[in-house]
Design a protein around this ligand. Structure first.
Ligand SMILES: [Zn+2]
Length: 74
């Protein structure tokens, strides 16, 4: 059984400094992640959506709270 506190595809830890929350409507989530066994990071959501081809993604993006204070953010 996979660790549900990590990205299902790449293993990035949920809530880590590189984690960006990307939330999709349920119908799009069903297409992107039919396994429904955990989480996907934003990168892996976009990769899977690209492989599906003609779907349009409407997503909410939540950046880490310290994102704008990071040295490379500007
Ligand atoms: Zn990932």
């Amino acid at each position: 059984m996979r660790d549900k506190a990590k990205c299902y595809d790449c293993g990035m830890p949920y809530g880590g400094t590189n984690w960006v929350d990307l939330t999709l409507p349920n119908d799009q989530w069903d297409l992107v992640f039919p396994e429904h066994e955990g989480l996907l990071c934003a990168n892996c959501i976009v990769k899977r959506a690209a492989k599906l081809g003609a779907i349009s993604i409407e997503a909410k993006l939540k950046l880490p709270e310290d994102y704008l204070e990071a040295p490379n953010a500007k």
